[in-house]
Design a protein around this ligand. Structure first.
Ligand code: PHE
Length: 356
């Protein structure tokens, strides 16, 4: 084969390859064209390369150079066509689908629920007064929710209508008075009806069972009572329980701690007043009120731990005494922020929640 003939063949091959690649409308058509022209075994370019061997020796350098140029050109044409039929190529041609000059979308950051925030703050305040956080289960047995707290079987607080009883083990009746255990005595595991704890005072018992005095703890968490929801009641709410046991603890200590707490939480000098009350697990018992913004606000129950409770956990009431208190966390948070309906906390309305 002479040089002009070889070059002419390369020329028409190039033109045909261009036309074929341009005509390919999709990846399948383009692939067929690729195999026809650039196929490694039987492609037409490969075929042309074989013709190179038939060119006269002196013409070989010129023929080889032209062949290499043509090969590069055809491969380039294929790459261009490939980009055209691919979606990436399509997107490139269309340009960006959004206007990059528009302001970005603002990320909506969540925040802690106001009750969680309050819990953190209360822990912080009480921590500075030397109280360590303690936890207890929300599903309790009657021993920890009632009996060890000196609440006998016939006490109205144990009424099934006033508690969320959960299950009855061993066919036992959940009705108070039918329990096989004597007050102050731990019943066998299998015969305990379970309930959602109605107060965090349960944690007093759980802590004292495991530790020796002195004790200085707080416990913050959910409690459950089957109350109709209204502006001041909700079947779930939170309490902060406090317990301090040591030698020679007096009610003056209780009042000082509550006053320091109230002053820290409300940020002003807050007066605390005690009104006589009754709780089976404290003696004497009081309702604690605090004076804030010209009003008396009731914020929970308190008292000196009843000797029967100390005995139930194996403490000697002749040696140790202590105080306990239980405050409603929602109530504290509501007063501080001027919230008038407890249900707001549980509606999950971001317009309410994002204010905290
Ligand atoms: N547990 C009591 C209640 O829920 C509050 C309380 C706690 C009272 C500790 C005295 C001592 O009403």
């Amino acid at each position: 084969m002479d040089l002009p003939q070889f070059l002419a063949e390369l020329e028409s091959l190039t033109a045909e390859a261009h036309a074929a690649f341009q005509a390919a409308a999709d990846t399948a058509a383009l692939e067929a064209a690729r195999i026809e022209f650039l196929g490694a075994a039987k492609g037409r370019l490969k075929n042309a390369q074989k013709g190179l061997g038939a060119v006269a020796k002196d013409d070989k350098p010129a023929a080889g150079k032209r062949f290499n140029d043509v090969k590069t050109e055809i491969e380039g044409a294929f790459a261009a066509a490939q980009e055209r039929v691919s979606s990436v190529g399509a997107a490139k041609r269309e340009g960006p689908r959004f206007d990059p000059t528009l302001p970005g979308e603002r990320l909506r950051l969540g925040r802690l629920h106001p009750i969680t925030q309050t819990i953190e703050e209360l822990k912080d305040i009480m921590g500075r007064l030397g109280f360590t956080p303690a936890d207890g289960p929300e599903i309790e047995d009657e021993y920890h929710n009632f009996e060890a707290l000196n609440i006998p079987a016939e006490h109205p607080a144990r009424d099934p209508l006033d508690n969320f009883y959960l299950s009855v083990a061993d066919g036992q009746s959940p009705v108070p008075g039918k329990s096989s255990s004597a007050p102050g005595q731990k019943p066998a595991l299998t015969s305990r009806p379970l309930l959602l704890r109605s107060q965090t005072s349960t944690v007093q018992i759980r802590v004292m069972e495991k530790t020796q005095p002195p004790v200085r703890i707080i416990s913050l968490g959910r409690v459950y009572r089957p109350d109709e929801a209204d502006a001041t009641h909700y079947p779930i709410f939170h309490q902060m329980e406090g317990l301090l046991i040591d030698r020679q603890v007096t009610m003056a200590d209780l009042k000082s701690v509550l006053r320091m707490f109230a002053t820290s939480y409300l940020g002003e000098d807050v007066h605390v007043r005690f009104r006589p009350s009754f709780f089976p697990f404290t003696e004497p018992s009081v309702e604690a009120d605090m004076h804030w913004h010209d009003r008396w606000i009731e914020f929970g129950g308190a008292g000196m731990v009843d000797p029967n409770v100390l005995k139930a956990v194996g403490y000697d009431p002749e040696v140790y005494s202590g105080f306990a208190f239980g405050l409603g966390i929602e109530r504290l948070c509501m007063r501080r922020h001027g919230i008038t309906d407890i249900r707001e906390f549980y509606r999950n309305d971001v317009r309410f929640l994002e204010q905290f």
